[in-house]
Design a protein around this ligand. Structure first.
Ligand code: ADE
Length: 267
């Protein structure tokens, strides 16, 4: 997969050289280019922003440097408008991090992990002149994406979040891909709690079932823990599960939890 990141703070992205993502680049699974947007300015001050039309506080990122930068990273595909149905499967996706975008989820990460070329455009200040987005949408798939309902100073941290979530799904990046299966947000349930040695630590014991060697019982306990945790912390996820995901045993576990809560509820 090819990734290009455009930013006025390219050094902000240096953590992407570390850990699993850094190793994925060394292994040739990921080809990452981080570019300084100011390389596409032509004035002495390398200006990337200007005052907003219509007035108001803050500055807006000028379209010209973005246009030239995108011509460079989108390549030949950016030369002329192409209808969305006529774009080749390898066509790039332009991702614009923004608190005004669609919310990034594990499903978004999976969708984007299946693409060949992702371009991330990190805005700063009040955002990028919207004509850049409109122009790019005629040439590439453009997605404005938010990593959550809060406001960051710019898109760089959001890009690090997205790149980490996407890259770990690429074949070969994670040593044991089975470890992805029961993770939170993969199948609608949160993950179960995990333990390692010693069996007793500061008066706290590992749940005995995990020491039993009975694989069936361990699997059942883990699923029950996932159900209980999801019901407690993220009831919205449980309510959104497609029909048929929960079997009769699952339903009994959840019903017992509701009864327990009713018994311990004050009043
Ligand atoms: N830029 C500023 N806030 C953001 C957010 N929540 N998600 C993505 N990009 C952002």
């Amino acid at each position: 997969m090819r990734l290009d990141v455009l930013s006025i703070f390219p050094e902000y992205l240096s953590p992407l050289q570390l850990s699993l993502i850094g190793r994925a680049q060394e292994k040739g699974l990921l080809d990452l280019g981080v570019h300084d947007l100011r390389d596409w300015t032509h004035d002495r001050h390398r200006t990337v922003d200007d005052t907003p039309y219509g007035g108001g506080a803050g500055m807006v990122m000028k379209p010209e440097p973005w246009g030239e930068a995108l011509d460079h990273v989108l390549g030949a595909g950016a030369e002329a408008p192409v209808a969305s149905h006529a774009r080749p499967p390898a066509a790039p996706v332009l991702i614009v991090p923004s608190p005004a975008g669609e919310v990034f989820t594990q499903a978004t990460a999976r969708e984007l992990a299946a693409r060949e070329h992702l371009v991330f455009a990190c805005g700063r200040y009040e955002g990028i002149d919207h004509r850049v987005i409109d122009w790019a949408a005629e040439r590439a798939e453009v997605r404005m994406v938010s990593i959550g309902d809060y406001v960051l100073n710019g898109g760089e941290v959001a890009v690090m979040v997205m790149v980490e979530a996407i890259a770990r799904l690429l074949p070969g990046v994670i040593g044991n891909p089975e470890s992805l299966d029961e993770e939170s947000h993969e199948d609608g349930l949160l993950e179960y709690p995990v333990y390692t040695k010693p069996a007793e630590w500061r008066g706290h014991e590992v749940p005995p079932v995990l020491l039993s060697g009975d694989h069936g019982k361990v699997a059942r306990w883990r699923r029950d823990e996932r159900l209980r945790r999801t019901a407690r912390v993220r009831p919205d996820l449980l309510a959104a599960l497609p029909a048929g995901v929960l079997d009769a045993h699952d339903r009994r576990v959840l019903a017992a939890l509701t009864e327990e809560r009713e018994e311990t509820a004050p009043g």
